[in-house]
Design a protein around this ligand. Structure first.
Ligand code: NI
Ligand code: MN
Length: 230
């Protein structure tokens, strides 16, 4: 089963799972790294990891235009529902069978206040198991935590990890995260959007290659990676 992931820059992704289109944390119009605008993306589902502006991004406008279902924690889903948007609320540790696969929310060590100051509950990451049994882990904004080992026990095909430092894991902790998760493939994200989170993703990728058996993929904004499993 084909799983294609497109990195739009920062922490924004497009996923194509068997033709079902997902957007994750669609921060596009004000994202200096993004090469697409919010009115140019398509979505059946929008996943929001936490309430910060660089993740909620253009989700309201995209959901209104496309009619996409917003999936997030209860607190964030309620914030979208109050704007008349269709939502599905889950919470950390809980999974649900959506048309694109089984999506579980994972813990993340971070904050989650919404752009208007509303309470956003706890931040989350995403663990997706597709119907073809591909396993995708989006850590989203988080510091390193030891229970990444438990997530890794599920057998991760592809992980996306923040390496920007300051707000999330930096390169050293992200390397330790790779060692805990042991994914087959890894994509670094949440770096070089602003000066504050400037990093060298190629140097990081070299360390991953040297110290682990995971294959790193440094994408340019707008570039895709196709996961090939049996
Ligand atoms: Ni954040
Ligand atoms: Mn962020």
């Amino acid at each position: 089963m084909p799983l294609k992931i497109t990195w739009y820059g920062h922490a924004a992704f497009g996923l194509d799972v068997d033709g079902v289109k997902l957007l994750v944390d669609p921060f596009l119009n004000d994202n200096p790294a993004a090469v697409v605008k919010a009115d140019a993306v398509d979505a059946d589902f929008i996943l929001i990891s936490h309430g910060h502006g660089d993740h909620v991004g253009d989700a309201v406008a995209i959901a209104e235009r496309t009619g996409a279902l917003v999936i997030s924690t209860y607190e964030i889903a309620s914030w979208f529902a109050n704007k008349g948007i269709e939502t599905h609320a889950q919470h950390i540790g809980g999974g649900f069978h959506h048309p694109f696969g089984y999506l579980k929310l994972t813990q993340a060590l971070h904050g989650s206040m919404l752009p208007d100051g509303s309470y956003g509950g706890n931040p989350a990451g995403f663990l997706l198991t597709t119907s073809g049994n591909e396993k995708l882990y989006l850590a989203c904004d988080t510091g390193l935590f030891g229970d990444m080992r438990l997530i890794g026990e599920e057998g991760i095909d592809l992980a996306a990890l923040p390496i920007g430092d300051n707000f999330t894991m930096g390169p050293d902790d992200a390397l330790r995260a790779v060692k805990l998760l042991e994914p087959k493939h890894v994509i670094p994200v949440h770096y070089n959007t602003w000066e504050l989170i400037e990093q060298d993703p190629h140097a990081w990728a070299e360390q991953v290659k040297k110290e682990t058996s995971t294959i790193p993929h440094v994408l340019q904004p707008g570039e895709s990676f196709q996961l090939e499993t049996s």
